[in-house]
Ligand binder design. Structure first.
Ligand code: FAD
Length: 446
């Protein structure tokens, strides 16, 4: 049986682009269908535009802190409109690079929505059907809205990048990394921010100490945090929104932003008809090789709801292409993925939390420190740095590291290498410090 393509990829996001490019590099005939913009969530409406927003917010802090170092700073203001124009241009540039990468690797890009009509057949929105030896679903996820009255008046993360003007006030709903990052950066940019979270603490799943740090970080930037609170309804009130909380409080705001999770993009993909098995959250179930229960159909990235981060989707796409087209069987180890939350200060985490280590029966030995970073002495800023190593008392292996402080995302990437290499506390101690830095604390913890 000959097919038009060796591989047909649905979705040109992080996982799909990587898989398509690597497979084509092995000589496979590859097409990728994309119904929005090439680059996917990360490049167009996720990590990249968000991080540019984070940088924008932090200049406000820098201008403020400069005075403590002797600078006289004239009154400064932020233009959402100028920033948006520049950010959009940068995203368009990156989208162009992604397109070039696919073209240079001879991947055919089909600008259409695609769904699956058979184990080796894809149907495009135009009605054209194509055949492929293998099909890779890399369709990502979509922001979910809470099912409350008036939910249609709220925006989701996709929309925030299109807002033409800065909201003077905003209610952010959620306690995960997207909610916290936007609450933090919008407060830095000068919006009045309320954060509503149903749980007792923010950042579910993180080390408990980091969860406390996250709350401090938001409060330190003036965010009004409501814990164990829910939205009851949202009503339009002229140009404002009236948010009624379950406790009965009412907040009048410019904008309500629901950052309440994401659902895998499986709707109208034709999966039921072909018999692709889904999990409880609607995710595509796959084995370690990202293969579904239909042998010719594979899935990578957020649509499989394993670890929903860009580098993971990329790694899964790469491993799929190596295995299926490069004769290099690989699977991805999801057990040790470092993560950052780009609040200010930042959070970086890798490996086991204290609570996870205890639950696994480890005889845990902890090393923690909390201090004021040198830069904050003259600036007068109150933010403190927190660092924690979770170690196994018997083997002295470092099992986890949790940091809240400036550039914690950068720091945790390097600690992740040491933990990946199974470093012990003695290895950390044998490493001579770089002085004066914050990171030196990691090798001098007693
Ligand atoms: P995506 O990148 O979402 O790509 C899927 C693509 O498929 C999309 O382009 C979509 O248009 C297309 N598509 C869907 N259905 C079809 C169809 N039927 N036909 C054709 N095309 C289709 N991760 C990090 O690692 N670091 C971060 O800082 C970070 N920040 C984030 C901030 C926000 C606001 C959000 C929303 C996410 C963030 N993420 C971050 C997560 C990251 O963006 C995702 O994990 C990553 O993009 C997943 O890649 P993917 O390939 O699975 O899907």
């Amino acid at each position: 049986m000959t097919y038009e393509y060796d591989l047909f990829v649905i979705g040109a996001g992080s996982g799909g682009v990587r898989a398509a490019r690597i497979a084509a590099g092995y000589g496979a005939r590859v097409a990728v269908a994309e119904d929005s913009r090439v680059g996917g969530t990360c490049v167009i409406r996720g990590c990249v535009p968000k991080k540019l927003f984070v940088y924008a917010g932090r200049f406000g802090d820098a201008l403020h802190d400069a005075a403590g170092f002797g600078w006289s700073v004239p009154p400064a203001s932020f233009s959402w409109e100028i920033f948006k124009t520049k950010r959009d241009a940068e995203i368009a540039r990156l989208e162009g690079l992604y397109n070039n990468t696919l073209n240079n690797n001879k991947v055919e890009v089909i600008r259409e929505r695609a769904s699956i009509s058979g184990p080796h057949e894809v149907i495009l929105a135009s009605g054209r059907t194509v055949s492929a030896g293998k099909i890779l679903i890399a369709t990502g996820g979509t922001p979910a809205r809470l099912p409350v009255e008036g939910a249609q008046h709220a925006i989701v993360s996709d929309d925030i990048f299109d807002m033409p003007h800065q909201p003077a006030s905003i209610v952010v709903v959620g306690g995960g990394f997207i909610a916290l990052e936007f609450a933090s950066l919008l407060a830095q940019l000068g919006s009045v921010v309320h954060l509503i979270h149903r749980g007792e603490k923010l950042l579910s799943g993180f080390d408990e100490d980091l969860r406390d740090c996250a709350l401090e970080a938001l409060k330190g930037r003036g965010v009004n945090v409501f814990l164990q609170e829910n939205i009851a309804k949202i009503e339009r009130d002229g140009s404002q929104k009236r948010v009624t909380l379950q406790s009965g409080s009412v907040i009048s705001t410019d904008c309500v932003f629901m950052a309440t999770g994401r659902t895998p993009n499986v709707q109208s993909l034709g999966l039921e008809a072909v018999g692709v098995a889904l999990g409880k959250a609607g995710e595509i179930l796959v084995n370690a090789q990202s293969q579904t229960n239909i042998p010719s159909i594979f899935a990578v990235g957020d649509v499989t709801n394993r670890v929903n981060l860009t580098p993971v989707a990329i790694r899964e796409g790469h491993a799929f292409a190596d295995t299926q087209f490069g004769n290099l069987p690989r699977s991805v180890d999801h057990s040790l993925v470092a993560k950052a939350v780009f609040t200010t200060p930042e959070i970086g985490t890798v490996g086991l939390s204290e609570q996870e280590a205890i639950a696994q029966g480890v005889d845990v030995k902890l090393f923690t420190t909390r201090f004021r970073p040198m830069v904050n002495t003259l600036s007068g800023r109150a933010d403190r740095v927190f660092m924690k190593l979770v170690t196994d008392a018997k083997t002295t292996r470092v099992l986890g590291c949790h940091i809240c402080g400036p550039e914690a995302g950068e720091l945790i990437q390097l600690v992740a290498i040491a933990i990946q290499m199974k470093a012990t506390k003695a290895d950390f101690d044998a490493t001579i410090a770089v002085h004066p830095t914050m990171a030196e604390e990691l090798v001098t913890l007693r």
